[in-house]
Every structure is written in C-alpha cells, then in structure tokens.
Design a binder for this molecule. Sequence first.
Ligand SMILES: [Zn+2]
Ligand SMILES: [Zn+2]
Length: 146
Amino acid sequence: MHGQCLCGQVSFAIDAPLLKLYRCHCSLCRRHTGTAANCAAIVDAACFRWLTGDGLIASWKKATGYRADFCRSCGSPVPNRLTLRDAYWVPAGLLDDSATMSVVADFHLDSRAAWDNAATAAASFANFPAIDEFFALMHTPAPTAE
Ligand SMILES: [Zn+2]
Ligand SMILES: [Zn+2]
C-alpha cells in the first residue's frame, strides 16, 4: 500500500493486508486537519517504510505532547513515529488504496463540533481510551507475525 502528501514529495509504503482506522474529534485534531476529525491508522514500524522526502518533514509539538508532522512543501499532515510504541501514526487520507481500510473507533465525541454529524463506529468514546486499550483497538498484526 502506497501513500503520499498533497505535493507527492513525501511518500511511503505500508506492508499490511488491511488497516484499522480511528477518528479523533478533539479540538486539536480538528485544527490539525481543518475538518471534523483526524482519521488515521497505527502501523507497526516493521510494516512501514519511507520512500521519498522524509527530509522534507517538519514537526510541531504542543507542550502536552500533541505532535503534528507535516510536509514543508505542501503542508499535508504526514506519518510520524510514535514514542510510546514501535509504530507509526499514518493519516488515512494519504493512502491510495482505501478498499482495505475501515473505521473501527471514534474518540473525543464529547468535543465534536456541532456540525460534525458523521455516524460513529462500533467503538465510540466520549474522551480518549486508556493508551493500552487504544493500541489494542488499533493493532494490525504484521503479515509475518501470524
Ligand atoms: Zn508535500
Ligand atoms: Zn484528537
């Protein structure tokens, strides 16, 4: 599976058969994306590789730990390597092939915008789940791990 930013200079590949996505409706994710929610996958580091342009990536961090990585050329959000797990956060909209993805969880529904009327996934949370629960929900095993 291939993904790229808006200008195409930052690109990456994911070697996973299917991806679970979550949507986060918090105010930070709304500003990060400019829309109702951040929609993203968590991908084991072993399944992820940069193809081009990782040197073009800039990073913004809030004191609380929220991090937004983006392409310096076009401003698209781009994947970032997590510090809590050996995994990458990957924005769903960057990926070419959407057929093998589905949204499994919605977070921070108490913070959603009044105009955000999207139907929610089976796992829906008023806030954010405990971090272990989050990773359990989002985990997609590597093809070689089974
Ligand atoms: Zn770009
Ligand atoms: Zn959020």
